[in-house]
Design a protein around this ligand. Structure first.
Ligand SMILES: Cc1cc2nc3c(=O)[nH]c(=O)nc-3n(C[C@H](O)[C@H](O)[C@H](O)COP(=O)(O)OP(=O)(O)OC[C@H]3O[C@@H](n4cnc5c(N)ncnc54)[C@H](O)[C@@H]3O)c2cc1C
Length: 477
């Protein structure tokens, strides 16, 4: 359904289109002045019908957040905006059971959502605060903890992806046109800003735009068509996700992550008796884990969380002396209290799923009349829970850039005007991605010198509160 092909009427000498989205009228636009020849008016009308100031391609969490920001922006209020999503629209209401796909949203994303009115919908549905995060490893006793300063400064909020998406959709203003089952077949991208972008849909329609925003995920067709260099590799790992039942209700506000040589396993709090699992492991192990019964899977999970048989004894004794030394220089801070993760009773039936994990980064996010955002521009390992937060950061930054363009009277699609978006985001994203990939590699080895270095380093960072806060705040930026 193309919403702009709505009912046409002549009102006060103007041909007016009443666009419809389902039963919802999404905009009223004068198209042509009466008196122009009928055929010419029809042609012009249809050309303008198919032209948008901004097309957002891809309606995942990031694409919808972009459409929501553009639609709510006062400076961009006269822009004609279309969001294209390849998948069909499905009716949705909050299910009783937790979804196995969740994200840890950081403070920066929360602020953006509060500004958009999205956060209120999320809190009305469900979300679980994270007040503490404990990260430890399988080869030594070293660990690091992050504690919330206060209620206003929590570590993160765990929210199901479906809730995030539907909360954002609820705040997309009516004048933003949204089209589902609108798979894009191809793009014709201009080599400079003198021509428009052409978007060919699978149903044969052709649209044009002054600016195309590629939010079409890690396999982005927009990025491929741009021909931009894309640095990428697979981790030969799968991320197993599932919902877990705890043995008893607890104050479940701690996020736990244990680094194993095969990959990190994380338990994220959902409610007082449920947690969400993200278990990154080798493809072979993931395949095997998916075939286990619920009981066997729970047993295997409990083993990797509790088993200390992989502890390196040399590292252990040096690390104990290191902690004593830290305690001498920073009394009271050397030995942080190690909490025990909640005991797991079972994995919820049919809640297991698995996703391939990899890293990818587009060397350029912009080109004439194009900007990439979210996973279309960058893909990271979920070990730091940053993927979609980086995408929401892109959205906020691109909105700023476009608003500035309008303020300066500049063309929104001109490449030079989009560069501030690219440089601002790449500065942040590349540093975050390098840190995540570095962590992944550092914890993939069991070689004693590396285990020793990372254990001493982790314990040292753990006692340096200002450094820990800097790490946390960079992740939020
Ligand atoms: C196991 C796992 C755990 C994760 N945990 C976290 C976490 O805790 N915190 C976090 O921040 N991130 C996390 N992430 C990452 C996060 O899920 C992604 O970063 C996020 O989903 C990317 O959103 P997106 O909107 O950019 O892309 P997508 O969700 O991939 O959306 C792209 C959209 O574009 C549409 N599309 C694609 N091609 C076309 C086309 N040709 N025409 C029309 N439409 C098209 C698709 O249908 C889709 O709806 C995790 C990822 C994994 C795998």
């Amino acid at each position: 359904m193309l919403m702009s092909r709505g009912l046409r009427k002549v009102v006060n000498g103007l041909v007016v289109v009443f666009a419809k989205q389902g039963n919802r009228s999404v905009g009223v636009r004068p198209l042509s002045v009466c008196g122009v020849g009928q055929a010419e008016a029809e042609t012009r009308e249809s050309a303008r019908d198919d032209h948008y100031d901004i097309i957002v391609s891809g309606g995942g969490m990031v694409g919808f957040a972009m459409a929501c920001c553009l639609g709510q922006s006062k400076r961009l209020s006269n822009q004609r905006i279309l969001l294209l999503e390849g998948a069909p629209s499905k009716p949705w209401s909050l299910p009783e059971d937790f979804s196995n796909r969740v994200c840890a949203l950081n403070a920066h994303t929360q602020k953006l959502f509060q500004k958009l009115g999205v956060w209120e919908h999320i809190t009305q549905m469900r979300t679980q605060p994270v007040k503490r995060m404990q990260v430890w490893e399988a080869c030594s006793e070293a660990m690091i903890t992050f504690d919330a300063q206060d209620q206003e400064d929590l570590i993160a909020h765990i929210v199901e992806n479906d809730i995030i998406l539907h909360a954002i959709k609820a705040q997309v203003p009516n004048h933003v046109e949204v089209e589902y089952s609108a798979k894009v077949k191809g793009y014709n991208l201009p080599s400079d800003s003198s021509s428009k972008v052409t978007v060919s849909l699978q149903d044969g329609r052709i649209l044009t735009a002054d600016l195309l925003i590629g939010a079409d995920g890690a396999k982005s067709l927009v990025r491929k068509t741009m021909g931009v260099q894309y640095l990428s590799w697979e981790y030969d790992q799968m991320g197993i996700v599932a919902t877990l039942q705890l043995s008893e209700p607890v104050d479940n506000t701690v996020a736990w992550q244990r680094f194993l040589p095969t990959g990190p396993v994380a338990l994220l709090p959902l409610s007082e008796d449920k947690s969400s699992l993200v278990w990154s492991t080798t493809r072979a192990n993931a395949k095997e884990l998916l075939t286990l019964s619920d009981e066997e899977f729970t047993e295997a999970l409990n083993r990797v969380i509790w088993d200390d048989s992989g502890t390196d004894q040399i590292v252990q004794s040096v690390h104990e002396r290191w902690l004593k030394l830290l305690e001498t220089f920073l009394p009271g801070r050397g030995a942080d209290i190690r909490q025990l993760p909640p005991s797991l009773s079972t994995v919820m039936p049919n809640s297991r799923g698995a996703f391939p994990l990899g890293l990818g980064h587009a060397v350029h996010y912009v080109a004439p009349r194009i900007a990439l955002i979210g996973d279309a521009a960058h893909r990271v390992h979920p070990l730091a829970g940053q993927g979609v937060n980086l995408g929401f950061g892109d959205v906020a930054s691109l909105l700023d850039t476009l608003e500035n363009c309008i303020l300066m009277g500049a063309e929104i699609g001109e490449e030079q005007n989009l560069h501030s978006y690219e440089s601002e985001r790449q500065r942040h994203n590349v540093a975050t991605m390098a840190a995540i990939d570095g962590l992944y590699r550092l914890y993939s080895t069991t070689a004693t010198p590396f285990v020793l270095l990372r254990s001493l380093g982790l314990s040292a960072v753990n006692v340096m509160t200002p450094l820990k806060r800097r790490v946390l705040h960079h992740a939020e930026g």
